[in-house]
Design a protein around this ligand. Sequence first.
Ligand code: PXP
Length: 239
Amino acid sequence: MTQRLGVNVDHVATLRQARKAHYPDPVTAAALAELAGAGQITIHLREDRRHIQDRDLRVLRETCQTQLNLEMAATQEMVKVAYEYKPDMATLVPERREELTTEGGLDVASQRDAITKIVKNLKDGEIVVSLFVDPDLDQVRACHKVNADRVELHTGRYCEGRNARERARELGRVVDAAKAAAKLGMGVAAGHGLNYENVGPVARIAEIDELNIGHAIVARAVLVGFERAVREMLDLMRP
Ligand code: PXP
């Protein structure tokens, strides 16, 4: 089974916001990604609105033909936004203003009560809830305890491995976490730092049914076009 490819279009908005212009439009990029075979559009509406804007979420909610995954901080303010726009899925991520991108996974284990409440709020609104966590067994168990539907495993460490040995060790962690999550009945996604060189081994993990990829696809799209960039990634994900 080929995994679903969630294309993260945040960095199309990054380019637009660099000039505070109205182009390039992440909504157009999302449509092209879907035409090329993406199974999901992922956006992160950050508290500082540095790339994706509320308008993008509103328009994508109307135009997205596959499913819309909203990455969001685990706050009541963002729960309100999710209730207003009703994405198909919400992925809770940690968020710090000074970071360049989402740096680590959400620490679910140490904030179980607060996250349980937010997961319940979202699920009551019929939004599927995924938690973005490091590939760590305690975190995966904590995701189950707070009633998450899914986990998204952070592949950053695997992607940043300096040599084959480090990458193999980190990949092993992703495999173990994926198996544990699946055994607990949760759906399993993975993402962060995946690119055309390193996606293969993660795409072959049977328990993982979805990959969310942004920077590498948008970077290639600048040079070869969005549809081709998405198709080339899908080709690499095929078993
Ligand atoms: N998944 C999550 C939860 C993320 O926060 C990000 C980055 O926004 C991605 C996937 C995509 O990461 P990248 O842009 O490195 O492909």
